[in-house]
Ligand binder design. Sequence first.
Ligand code: 5GP
Ligand code: ZN
Length: 116
Amino acid sequence: MMKEENCLFCKIIDGTIPSSKVYEGEDVFAFRDINPQAPVHILIVPKEHIPSAQAVDASNSAYVAKCFEAASKIASAEGLSNGYRIINNCGEDGGQSVMHLHFHLLGGVKLTEKIL
Ligand code: 5GP
Ligand code: ZN
């Protein structure tokens, strides 16, 4: 698995930086966001260092599918039977602050219908 030396989420995946892990598979790792925006706020990340959604291509898109497979399992385990939201922030204008592809899984409350 490709790691990046100075990447916060690569360090969380390898355990150098502690996290509240909720799921780990061969290709995917998931942990609770340190600054939760909803009762359930989990970050789902590929173990492969992919900088952002803009770096997804035919060589690595299987990791995206694996993240969504994990999201479904995690949502069930977290009891989100009434729904949830998955968000990806991409690049500066998208509000991405950690340059390792991640999906926010948010739920446990009725979320606003607004996208922005
Ligand atoms: P972004 O803004 O890049 O879409 O999301 C980055 C997320 O990572 C933010 O929601 C932020 O709260 C979370 N985060 C930043 N540093 C840490 C950390 O050290 N541990 C955990 N668990 N979450 C973090
Ligand atoms: Zn990384």
